[in-house]
Ligand binder design. Structure first.
Ligand code: SF4
Length: 278
């Protein structure tokens, strides 16, 4: 079966290789303690509401979860700022896939806009942490999503075999808690080449099935809210370094969706990294 990787899996691998091993290689199901997923649920609710807005639902018809003041406030901020502007085309939760280095790489852009032959990927971040450009510049999500957009760009804008340069692609992180601090990350061919090398390395490393290739993180801040902490740390009074509650993960593609045949991937070889229509 073809191996599938997403930005969530790469981010997990970067935080703790052992976590990635447990979840994605060993596929260990471990109970999550209740009460820690509220920020994830709120993030999901916000993503759903924005998706409906992009699809043309009137704001008055949207159903905001009762008593959820954060989601209501985020939606009001989104409607007042209109972070997408007035693009020629806009897609909500656009799913893309690229076969590269024997791995099927999946991504789902919260929104994708097209203006002439320029593409902008948008990602909504509902966490409370103050946005830091350097963190997002180097994030696995940025590397993978801009790479995917560059690889699929011709097809996404209907340009046939006409190559769309990386300079025509940009990724934007937008924060409803900090609407005046959006982070814009333009792309370049040089970064695209670097990202291909990085992705090839991750493809090789993350294909191992040997547990010894996946050491535990030394940074126990990542353990504090980890679903496997009671698996890794059996002592009841273990203490971890402080870390604020992690930001929500965006709605993620799953292997199940792929295996149900709902995707038609772009495909290209390592030697000739250009998108080819099937
Ligand atoms: S508890 Fe810590 S070491 Fe164990 S999987 Fe989670 S992050 Fe890794």
């Amino acid at each position: 079966m073809m191996k599938i990787l997403t930005q969530t899996q790469i981010s997990a691998y970067e935080r703790c290789r052992y976590f990635y091993y447990l979840r994605n290689v060993r596929k260990l199901v471990w109970p999550i303690e209740a009460g820690e997923s509220k920020n994830v649920r709120q993030g999901d609710d916000f993503h759903l509401l924005v998706r409906q807005l992009i699809l043309g639902f009137p704001v008055g018809s949207l159903i905001v979860p009762e008593k959820d003041e954060n989601v209501r406030r985020w939606l009001d901020v989104y409607c007042s700022v209109q972070p997408l502007g007035s693009p020629e085309q806009v897609f909500a939760e656009k799913e893309v896939s690229v076969l590269f280095s024997d791995i099927l790489w999946l991504g789902k852009f919260d929104a994708l806009t097209v203006n002439d032959d320029r593409l902008t990927i948008y990602d909504w971040k509902t966490g409370s942490a103050r946005p830091e450009k350097e963190k997002y510049q180097n994030a696995p999500q940025t590397k993978l999503y801009r790479f995917l957009a560059r690889s699929c760009a011709s097809r996404l804008i209907g340009a046939g075999l006409h190559a769309v340069p990386a300079e025509n692609i940009e990724m934007v992180y937008w924060f409803p808690e900090y609407p005046d601090r959006e982070i814009r990350l333009p792309y370049s061919e040089e970064e695209y080449q670097r990202d291909m090398t990085w992705i090839k390395t991750r493809a090789r490393e993350m294909s191992s099935v040997d547990e010894s290739d996946y050491p535990r993180t030394q940074n126990t801040r990542h353990c504090r809210f980890c679903a496997y902490r009671t698996f890794c740390f059996t002592e009841p009074d273990v203490s971890f370094q402080e870390e604020e509650i992690p930001q929500e993960e965006p709605p993620e593609l799953s292997e199940d969706i792929w295996q149900a045949g709902l995707f038609s991937p772009e495909s290209f070889s390592e030697d000739e990294p250009e998108a080819v229509n099937f």
